[in-house]
Design a protein. Structure first.
Ligand SMILES: NC(=O)c1ccc[n+]([C@@H]2O[C@H](COP(=O)([O-])OP(=O)(O)OC[C@H]3O[C@@H](n4cnc5c(N)ncnc54)[C@H](OP(=O)(O)O)[C@@H]3O)[C@@H](O)[C@H]2O)c1
Length: 319
């Protein structure tokens, strides 16, 4: 059975951003692509906002080609927020016109496909740009905390607490009743305090500064930056099972720590998104948008993320 008739889609083609060869952000270009047709279990979404993630640029540059090979030309992106536009066979959870956010494939586009089970309903009080920015970062933040068993009364060390994943990890951990120490540059220390974390400067001596900031001790640590922080993190937690990295498989392996890719283990996506939406609508979660740019400015958006110093998220929008 083919997809149900779309209500808003153009007849045959729509715009997307793609790259035809690996390279710097300049390789990204707006292009016309065939309107994607949802297969069984999928929906097509008319996109409103797209979160830009570090992985998008790593795939584009080719640095991840051995791990995430892609056919060229390739449309980047996995985060989306938008309106359900067509249903694939067997989809009963959603109706055309539903407002959703979640994870799909090739999401730097006006129309994208997503598994019906990779989406949650977007509440009216959650702005499109924030909804589009949440999926990958909220999933990773929630998963990392869950995998190290963060619970009320714990003190959690969050490395790179001012980034997209980090800010959400801080706020989930606070919502779960944990205290948080977060590493960031000095310019982000006031921001981290607003989120409810005790800020610590990264770089040489960071572990001693954490000991001062958390005299009660550190129970769990999440590495969102890599570069060799896990040895000292395990020394702080006293147990490799209470540390995790989402960035650095080599350092994780060397220290007996879990590397969390999201491709194995328990799936937290829907819980993470529902929780983030609920906290946001209740006024208990914030997500700064460092830049909100039109889809055509995807190259500029990826360049910003590639600085490694974005506070919160960069988002692309579709008019
Ligand atoms: N495995 C997974 O499932 C998964 C999922 C999502 C993301 N990731 C990865 O996780 C990492 C973080 O993602 P993200 O979206 O949060 O990135 P991001 O938003 O681009 O992170 C930027 C933040 O990193 C901070 N930072 C830079 N260098 C630092 C250092 N040495 N120590 C502490 N903080 C530092 C910056 O703070 P300052 O400006 O204060 O320096 C900035 O706020 C990326 O490598 C991404 O690819 C993995």
């Amino acid at each position: 059975m083919s997809a149900t008739a779309a209500t808003t889609a153009p007849a045959t083609t729509a715009q997307a951003v793609a790259f035809a060869a690996h390279g710097p952000a300049d390789v990204l270009a707006v292009t016309d692509v065939p309107l994607p047709e949802p297969g069984p279990g999928q929906v097509r979404v008319r996109v409103k906002a797209i979160g830009v993630n570090p992985i998008d640029g790593k795939i584009r540059s080719g640095v991840m080609a051995a791990i995430f090979p892609v056919d060229l030309p390739h449309i980047p992106g996995q985060d989306l927020a938008g309106v359900v536009d067509a249903l694939g066979e067997g989809v009963t959870a959603w109706a055309v016109g539903d407002e959703v956010f979640g994870m799909g494939t090739k999401t730097y586009a006006e129309y994208v496909l997503a598994g019906a089970d990779r989406l949650v309903a977007k509440p009216a009080g959650l702005p499109w740009e924030v909804a589009g920015a949440l999926p990958t970062a909220a999933d990773a933040a929630y998963r990392a905390l869950a995998e190290v068993g963060v619970a009320a009364g714990d003190t959690v060390l969050v490395h790179a607490a001012a980034g997209g994943v980090g800010g959400l990890a801080v706020q989930f951990a606070r919502a779960w009743g944990a205290a948080v120490v977060g590493t960031a540059g000095e310019a982000n220390h006031a921001y981290l305090r607003e989120l409810g974390a005790e800020p610590v400067r990264y770089g040489d001596g960071w572990a001693d500064r954490v000991r001062v900031a958390a005299p009660q001790g550190v129970d769990a640590a999440v590495d969102l930056v890599g570069g060799g922080v896990l040895g000292d993190s395990v020394a702080l937690t006293g147990d490799p099972a209470r540390a995790v990295s989402i960035v650095d498989p080599a350092d994780a392996g060397a220290n007996g720590v879990r590397f969390s890719s999201g491709h194995d283990g328990e799936d937290y996506l829907l819980r993470a998104l529902a929780s983030a939406a609920e906290l946001y609508v209740a006024g208990n979660l914030t997500l700064p948008l460092a830049a909100v740019l039109p889809l055509a400015d995807a190259a500029e958006a990826q360049r910003l993320v590639e600085t490694g110093h974005v506070r919160g998220k960069v988002v692309l929008t579709v008019a």
